[in-house]
Write a protein that binds this ligand. Structure first.
Ligand SMILES: C[S@@+](CC[C@H](N)C(=O)[O-])C[C@H]1O[C@@H](n2cnc3c(N)ncnc32)[C@H](O)[C@@H]1O
Length: 278
């Protein structure tokens, strides 16, 4: 296996880049509104197939360049920029050995890996903002579910803000490996449990808070199961929604089952807070 980088172009490259996640792309850097740069790991003889897959997603594909340096995160320096929120600070690290001796009490440390979620993508950023908002509003939360945990970033944020027990799941085993690494470099006192699978694993559970940063189409499909997982009166945080699909999501998560509470938008992405009717 080797590391590769490629520049992909399309007039709507930035929102379109959301689909790259389904190919297992490790790092996506937005270079301009119509251009993104990706890092991924692959065998040399699969590169032609990767080109076809990028083209099938509607991108014009630049040269796919092998990276001789295996320590790819150092090459994607944008991924290593810390992001400061109000109560939280996301601090990406190249490896565990970069953990500071003195931990920042606001920090969540993330090693960028095969799980989506360094905090730099709008869908994660909007979800973190809404989590902070719930915290500021004094939400009492003893149990949370992070559906599609990726790097584990939102599970860590929920555990840190609310001191609650968190179940986190993902269908992608590589994401779970990365999430597990990220849980271990953060405080051991967090009660976060990782499960391979989706909402079906939690059909009998009722959470105060369910967080789901997955794409709109998936959220719409999973609505009946998500409804069974949120306690009556509990809160659902939906993110990963491109603006063009926001109305479809609103129509699916609407009264009488769901009460709309808050909408956040940034650069073509939306995130919602809705409350399950009591
Ligand atoms: C956009 S990423 C979000 C990662 C992280 N939670 C964040 O906010 O940055 C979506 C994640 O959901 C996972 N996923 C996609 N469909 C899923 C499903 N039906 N059930 C559970 N996880 C799913 C993907 O593997 C991916 O890790």
């Amino acid at each position: 296996m080797a590391w590769w980088t490629v520049t992909l172009s399309s007039p709507d490259a930035e929102p379109r880049s959301a689909w790259l996640d389904s190919l297992g792309i490790v790092a996506i850097q937005v270079v301009a509104a119509d251009q993104v740069r990706c890092c991924f790991e692959a065998e040399k003889d699969t590169i032609a197939g990767w080109r076809t897959n990028f083209e099938a997603l509607g991108f014009e594909v630049g040269e796919i360049v092998e990276q001789k340096e295996s320590n790819w995160p150092q090459q994607c320096s944008e991924l290593l920029r810390p992001i400061e929120f109000s109560a939280l600070k996301i601090v990406p690290l190249v490896s565990q050995s970069d953990l500071p001796k003195e931990r920042d009490p606001k920090a969540i440390y993330i090693i960028p890996g095969l799980g989506f979620g360094t905090g730099h993508h709008e869908s994660t950023e909007l979800a973190l903002k809404l989590l902070e908002r719930l915290h500021t509003d004094g939400m009492s939360c003893t149990s949370a579910l992070d559906l599609g945990t990726g790097s584990g970033i939102l599970a860590l944020a929920a555990a840190k803000l609310f001191g609650c027990k968190v179940e986190a799941c993902d269908i992608d085993p590589y994401a779970l490996e990365n999430a597990s690494d990220n849980l271990s470099i953060n405080s051991q006192s967090f009660e976060i449990n990782l499960t391979k699978g989706s909402i079906g694993e939690f059909s009998g559970a009722a959470f105060d808070l369910v967080i789901a940063n997955i794409y709109a189409e998936v959220l719409i499909d999973l609505e009946p199961q998500i409804q069974m997982a949120v306690k009556p009166g509990g809160v659902l945080l939906l993110s990963g929604i491109m603006s063009s699909l926001a109305q479809q999501v609103e129509e699916r998560f609407k009264p009488p089952a769901w009460l709309p509470e808050r909408l956040e938008k940034k650069s073509g992405w939306c995130a919602f807070l809705v409350r399950r009717s009591a």
